[in-house]
Design a protein around this ligand. Structure first.
Ligand code: GLC
Length: 418
């Protein structure tokens, strides 16, 4: 175990190593492009030691924005043989070769935080970024709502690729005609830490569907069988819209439209309450069925500004049941799988948002405990992509950008001292 200052240095080195000149890859090999929310976390990490580089990361992300406002989940800045599905499979026409779906819009929240760290240099950046971020939020509000909650149209869009939230919907899809394809992820990482073939066939089938429909939102709304109201998206867009409204005030821009979104999303967040398990949950927008999972996304309610004593009781029970929290699925759930991606492992960046929400809601003790526990996890087990909650075994990619970033901005004792 290293001292926290040597770990701070190591984390900075990881960000530098994963820097490809204006954007940061999540990790070398497994994810060789710019991923949307990873990149915003990278910016947050950079902001602790290189502010211009932090702003540059966000500007590069926005260069991929489509005319309709959507900011893609992957920007393929350069060709790379090691990843599938690449730009030719997605078949998109954005300003930069990209995927055809988005990812949770954490940008406005962390742009606000970076801006507030240094308003003087931040002002010019904010002036450039405000409209693109507002356009992006408007795209979600136009195309993705179900009862006010935000839907994902592909499991990858939520950022929680193989979470049980999608199981019921994925079972109803028959991936007919998907054809032969060669996965690349399992040549970088052991297959028992990655999604199954059942899931992968459907991931690719959904990409083929979007491509066939020219990534036209109206057509996808009619034809796509995958439409799930997601706690990740709903809580994150709600939170980001509150931050966007605060940024509108800074710029003296009108905020009425954004305030309208906030109240719609508050109603939407309430619609994700599954009374059977007393928890915020994913809901299939076509069948209305809940997934029945207590996930780490359920605990983003505080980050979105929503109080819930019942969620606090779940948090106490779950964190008491494993060495490292917050597991991506309740260990009591029969679908729990300690090493398989979003079906059990702990993710540091999710902990950062959960911990931030807890602190803001006044749950200081829980917020501190989560940050200390995450710092302990990283200092013992390294900057891995994700970790087994029972003993901290590192899993997935080894030298990971967002784990390094959240160490610098949230978990490290030096981050907490400020
Ligand atoms: C996986 C994760 C997703 C992340 C991406 C790059 O697909 O599920 O959240 O953005 O990897 O790290």
């Amino acid at each position: 175990m290293g001292s926290h200052t040597s770990l701070d240095r190591e984390a900075q080195n990881i960000l530098r190593q994963n820097d490809r000149g204006g954007y940061t890859v999540p990790t070398d090999g497994l994810y060789p492009y710019q991923w949307n929310w990873d990149s915003v976390f990278a910016a947050l990490g950079f902001s602790t030691f290189d502010l211009p580089r932090a702003w540059q990361e966000i500007h590069t992300l926005i260069t991929g924005q489509w005319d309709n406002g959507m900011v893609p989940h992957i920007l393929f800045h350069q060709d790379n043989e090691g990843y599938y599905p690449g730009p030719e499979i997605w078949g998109c026409n954005g300003p930069i070769p990209s995927s055809g779906i988005s990812q949770p819009p954490v940008a406005a929240t962390f742009v606000r935080r970076i801006y507030e760290g240094d308003p003087e240099t931040g002002r010019a950046h904010l002036e450039k970024l405000f409209k693109p971020m507002q356009d992006w939020h408007r795209w979600f509000m136009t195309w993705r709502l179900d009862r006010g909650a935000v839907c994902v149209t592909h499991p990858w869009e939520s950022g929680r690729d193989n979470a049980p939230d999608w199981d019921g919907t994925m079972e109803r899809i028959d991936p007919v005609g998907v054809g032969e394809y060669k996965r690349r992820d399992t040549s970088h990482v052991s297959s028992d830490m990655r999604p199954t073939k059942f899931d992968y066939d459907r991931y690719i089938w959904l990409v083929q569907l979007g491509r066939r429909l020219g990534w036209d939102d109206a057509k996808l709304l009619e034809e796509n069988p995958f439409r799930v109201a997601d706690p990740t998206m709903t809580f994150i867009l709600l939170r980001a819209s509150r931050d966007l409204a605060a940024l509108a005030d800074v710029l003296g821009a009108p905020r009425d439209e954004i305030d309208g979104w906030i109240s719609t999303l508050e109603t939407g967040a309430a619609s994700l309450w599954n009374d059977k398990i007393k928890c915020f949950d994913g809901r299939d927008a076509i069948t209305g069925d809940f997934s029945g999972s207590i996930s780490n996304a359920s605990f983003l309610c505080w980050y979105a500004g929503i109080h819930s004593d019942e969620m606090l009781a779940h948090l106490h029970r779950i964190t008491a049941s494993c060495a490292y929290g917050v597991p991506s699925l309740d260990p009591r759930d029969p679908r729990f799988d300690a090493k398989r991606y979003w079906r059990g492992p702990v993710w540091g960046m999710m902990n950062t948002m959960i911990g931030t929400g807890l602190a803001e809601m006044g749950y200081r003790k829980e917020a501190d405990a989560l940050a200390t526990n995450t710092a302990d996890l990283i200092s013992r087990h390294g900057f891995a992509e994700y970790f087994d909650p029972s003993d901290g075994t590192p899993a997935g990619g080894g030298v990971f950008t967002w784990t390094a970033a959240i160490w610098l901005a949230w978990a490290s004792p030096s981050a907490r001292a400020v």
